[in-house]
Design a protein around this ligand. Sequence first.
Ligand code: E4P
Length: 216
Amino acid sequence: MKLFIDSADVDEIRTVFSWGLLDGVTTNPTLIAKQNKNPEELLKQISKVADLPVLAEPVSTDYEGIIKESNKLTRISKNIVAKIAMTMEGVRAVSTLSKKGIKTALTLIFSPAQAILAAKAGADWICPFVGRLDDAGERGLDLVKNIVQIYKIHNYKTKVLVVSVRNSDHISFSALYGADAVSVPFKVIQQMSQHSLTDAGIKKFLEDWSKSGETK
Ligand code: E4P
């Protein structure tokens, strides 16, 4: 399973890349706005960190506007993927763009029906939002499990990139259910390495080692 970072913070992205863990980047208008930088310049910087997919979102909601913005975004760098909101206008735009060989994702996916539309339109990626479904009282991971099963049954080529990830369970169950990738905020990536029993184990090993009189 690929690990993307869900961030528009270039330092965070560079750090995870330096750890040898990075397979891609997802951004959205909120994450971009948080950086208080010119969006085009920021995306240029992010795209240069590594030759990996960088998902960037047009904000237009009409077909023509989505097409125009997606063309502009993907001209910034060859590794930029147009990450388009799941509406029928967005589906139409993905259908047009994918036929021209432009990489696309359909995002804000909250149901299997939306995922089926995205695959039919030829999206390279879909982004199911597990955390926001949990926030709404549903089990977001069930959506991941169902989409992966539907895509396997019908041999759809669209890749499942799980987003709105809040914790390590979202990551491990996405892997268990066969998602192609997860996109994870920087702080949750750091949490992946942590477990209380690991900390206790290291502490015990060091205490026992120091009793042996050996130096480190
Ligand atoms: C992908 O970039 C999504 O927009 C992002 O993961 C949403 O995360 P949130 O639900 O925590 O805002």
